[in-house]
Design a protein around this ligand. Structure first.
Ligand code: PLP
Length: 400
């Protein structure tokens, strides 16, 4: 477990920092690529990638270079003035997401809040919905962030107990259930907000065809389909965005996490010109949204994903990873699931908690994160090699 050195940092953190997390007891002080080092110089393979915010690997030279150069030229103007990077970055983001207009923010939760605002305004202006009556449909076990509006439609009691009263206008349906969506739509519905794979819920992969079916329902009923691709996007599941697996192009996408290349928060909403034009001067904004430093970092982060072909790599290595996991699975394993390099092992209740396994993996040099009691998530940086996958498998085999 944590050495003397680590204990000092953990105690200090625990004393002065609110306890919103329950971290694995490792103190990281350095990183490169897929590896991180603790304060005692021990090396670990990062199988979480900061919840998929480090798809390009830690300290990617191109991203760090872009950041350094921009940091010595211009970092912040606010949107009260133009800057010479925003347009080109948004153009690149629209191109990779096959959309027409983007709205830059910082964190994932802000991108989701933005999508909610755009969808509601679109509903009032384009569908003529009665003032303050707009409804948005969401799924049980969703994770869309931590703002009061967003936790208000979470079904996780840890996320919302004690934080009400909440914003009305959300309706919760089961995930992976197109019939439930059909039934839930009313004349006041403006949008369906959903994750193409539920990451935080434990890598819940819906049935093949689900994305296509909900796309068709939303089109037929005249409501917006919004994919939250903050975790599944940017090559994590093998395509630039997870919706591309089924060519189920949504009306809006929220993007975050790896858009900041693991160095700073960069998020955005992308959509069509028609939908995005409900945003007019004064109706939405963010002091840091679209700042030049974020544009430089975000732009380099996209370049790395494309130039290093991290999508195809995630597909290939993800298949290998799941195949090897199936090969070592024993009676303790209920299920192995995932897509690309977003994967999970679900353990039987009788096998003990996932937390016990992640702590043992830590001792063997693998940092993975338990979620929801019985699930271990594996989401290494996409720059991982075949050899490193085999290395992880050897250790997972040991703890099983
Ligand atoms: C992480 C995440 C968010 C929230 O992003 P933050 O940057 O933490 O606000 C929203 N949606 C999904 C699917 C996520 O995985």
């Amino acid at each position: 477990m944590a050495g003397k050195n680590a204990k000092h940092f953990i105690d200090l953190e625990n004393r002065y920092t609110a306890h919103g997390y329950h971290p694995i007891p490792v103190v990281i002080s350095r990183a490169k690529g897929v590896w991180v080092w603790d304060t005692e110089g021990r090396k670990y393979l990062d199988c979480l990638s900061a919840y998929s915010a480090v798809n390009q690997g830690h300290l990617h030279p191109r991203i760090i270079k872009a950041m350094r150069e921009q940091a010595s030229r211009l970092t912040l103007t606010s949107r009260a003035f133009h800057n010479d990077l925003l347009g080109a970055f948004m153009k690149k983001l629209c191109r990779v997401s096959r959309m027409e207009m983007a709205l830059p923010m910082n964190t994932g939760a802000e991108a989701v809040e933005t999508a909610i605002k755009v969808a509601r305004k679109w509903g009032y202006e384009r569908k003529g919905i009665t003032r303050n009556k707009a409804e948005i449909i969401v799924c049980s076990e969703n994770f869309h962030g931590r703002t009061t509006t967003i936790v208000g439609f979470s079904t996780d009691p840890d996320a919302n107990t004690g934080f009400g009263p909440f914003s009305p206008g959300f309706k919760i349906i089961p995930y992976n259930d197109p019939a439930a969506l059909k039934k839930a739509i009313t004349k006041n519905t403006v949008a369906f907000l959903v994750e193409p794979i539920q990451g935080e819920a434990g890598v819940n992969v819906p049935d093949d065809g689900y994305l296509r079916k909900i796309r068709d329902i939303c089109t037929r009923r005249g409501i917006l389909l919004i994919f939250d691709e903050i975790q599944t996007g940017l090559c994590r599941t093998g395509r630039m965005f997870a919706w591309m697996h089924e060519n189920a192009k949504p009306d809006m996408v929220t993007i975050g996490k790896a858009l900041g290349g693991g160095v700073m928060p960069v998020s955005a909403v992308v959509s069509s010109r028609d939908i995005m034009s409900v945003i007019t001067p004064g109706t939405h904004g963010s002091t840091f949204g679209g700042n030049p430093l974020a544009c430089a970092v975000g732009s380099a982060s996209l370049d790395v994903l494309i130039d290093e072909k991290l999508g195809p790599r995630a597909t290939r290595l993800g298949k290998l990873f799941r195949k090897r996991l199936h090969g070592i699975a024993n009676e303790k394993v209920v299920e192995i699931r995932g897509r690309g390099l977003l994967n999970a092992i679900e353990l039987k209740q009788s096998a003990g908690t996932a937390r016990e396994y992640t702590e043992r993996l830590m001792k063997l040099g693998v940092l993975a994160k338990d979620t929801h009691g019985q699930t271990i998530r594996f989401a290494p940086p996409l720059v991982i090699t075949e050899k490193q996958i085999e290395w992880i498998i050897g250790r997972v085999k040991k703890v099983l």
